[in-house]
Design a protein around this ligand. Structure first.
Ligand SMILES: Cc1ncc(COP(=O)(O)O)c(C=O)c1O
Length: 402
């Protein structure tokens, strides 16, 4: 089937890449050991820090997010080390699997995939660990399979309350550049990020932001590493270079995306995502459908996962929407397959794109015969109007009504 106009890529990443970023990539490759690259490398390595809200180093890997997950582990831990993790969904399971594959002993706190990591449980578990055998607490900030955001500042407080020295490692792959995230303030030791979501880039880059404590742990960490080794990376990074061939054109793209985030202002970026998260949830409630996230303090602002009514298949709905309206929505992952669809509202996105997205879903629900109430789009529009950043001057309103 052919479609006109633009495809709506409303999966929770990869996200829509702005034309400005696409144009920035469309340049000849340069010598990655030459002076022009040194300037580019230095600029992006510096420019990434405010996005993580850190003054420390951020390393860039030519890899998907999974690489940066593995890098966080192999740079800080030794075989047989114990870590504390929380079952929040598909992605916390995968990070746990990498740790286990590396010979790490994982205390995995079970979860129902509707809530984030528990600050109370963190405190209890760490208080019981009198010998400090737990070397790291590893948390997925925004669980992309469920639309649940863990409260990292509270997890940090729990760790500090019991004076436990474990490292705090956080995956921000689907929250970076979309939701407030503070590497330094929250005393995170390793933050894992990716290019293809809030940063509005194609897939292919991933990041580790590293604290001083993380760097110190790196000196004694005995897991084997080469490609991911921070020390190998940080040395050439000082002059803007990489230890191996960098993804040059993605780095051009990164420079442009960082500029766009800077122009909008990070606080405005977070506010925009918060408005879109709120409006999307208003639509879901009006349709009478159920959110996967059951704790309002943990609602994600970058994506919303929605349960289908009993007996209705989420993938059939997604297929009908794709065929009829040329829009891709996120599928339910692992145990949520068929039961959940996910709406991505992050990255390069605005009010009218959200209105189009929700309209496509409302029409799809109707075409697919999924029981729901009408009025989701209207509820979302009201939410957007009530939170709009530009207030309309009084004279403009009265001159129209006169
Ligand atoms: C929260 C989270 N962590 C890790 C990953 C894995 O990243 P990648 O697929 O880029 O390897 C993803 C991918 O969507 C993710 O959403």
């Amino acid at each position: 089937m052919t479609h006109s106009g633009r495809h709506f890529l409303q999966i929770p990443g990869p996200t829509n890449v702005p034309d400005r970023v696409l144009r920035a990539m469309n340049r000849p490759v340069i010598d990655h050991r030459g002076p022009e690259f040194a300037r580019l490398g230095a600029e992006v390595l510096e420019g990434l820090r405010p996005i993580f809200q850190t003054s420390g180093p951020v390393v860039i890997y030519p890899a998907s997010g999974t690489g940066a997950w593995e890098a966080a582990i192999v740079n800080t831990l030794s075989p047989g080390d114990r870590v504390l993790m929380f079952e929040a969904g598909h992605f916390s399971n995968l990070w746990r699997d990498i740790a286990r594959r590396m010979g790490i002993e994982v205390d995995y706190v079970p979860g129902n995939w509707r809530r984030g990591a528990s600050p109370t449980e963190t405190e209890t578990r760490l208080a019981q660990d009198k010998t400090h055998s737990i070397k790291a607490v590893m948390v997925v900030h925004n669980e992309t399979s469920t639309g649940v955001t863990s409260r990292i500042a509270e997890i940090r407080c729990s760790m500090n309350n019991v004076g436990h020295p474990a490292l705090l490692m956080v995956d921000t792959i689907s929250s970076l550049g979309s939701m407030d995230y503070r590497h330094d303030d929250w005393e995170v030791d390793v933050t894992v990020g990716g290019s293809q979501k809030g940063l509005m880039l194609p897939p292919g880059l991933s990041f580790n932001a590293i604290s001083e404590k993380g760097l110190a742990a790196n000196k004694n960490a005995r897991l084997p590493r080469y490609y991911w080794d921070w020390q190998e990376m940080l040395k050439p990074n000082r002059a803007g270079f990489f230890p191996y061939t960098p993804a040059t054109n993605l780095i051009y793209a990164l420079r442009e995306a960082l500029l766009m985030l800077q122009e909008e202002g990070l606080a405005n970026v977070f506010r925009r995502h918060a408005r879109h998260g709120e409006a999307t949830r208003a639509a879901v409630r009006a349709w009478g459908l159920e959110l996967v996230c059951e704790e309002p303090r943990e609602y994600s602002n970058s994506l919303t996962a929605v349960f289908m009514p009993q007996g209705h298949d989420a993938d059939r709905l997604r297929e009908i929407i794709l065929q009829n309206f040329d829009m891709s929505l996120g599928t339910g992952l692992s145990k949520l397959a068929g039961r959940v669809f996910r709406i991505g509202h992050l990255g390069s996105f605005n009010d009218l794109m959200l209105a189009g997205t929700l309209s496509g879903i409302e029409m799809g629900l109707q075409l697919a015969g999924v029981p729901h109430k009408p009025g989701g789009v209207t509820a979302a529009l009201s939410s957007l109007i009530s939170s709009h950043k530009f207030s309309v001057p009084e004279e403009a309103v009265s001159s129209h009504t006169r």
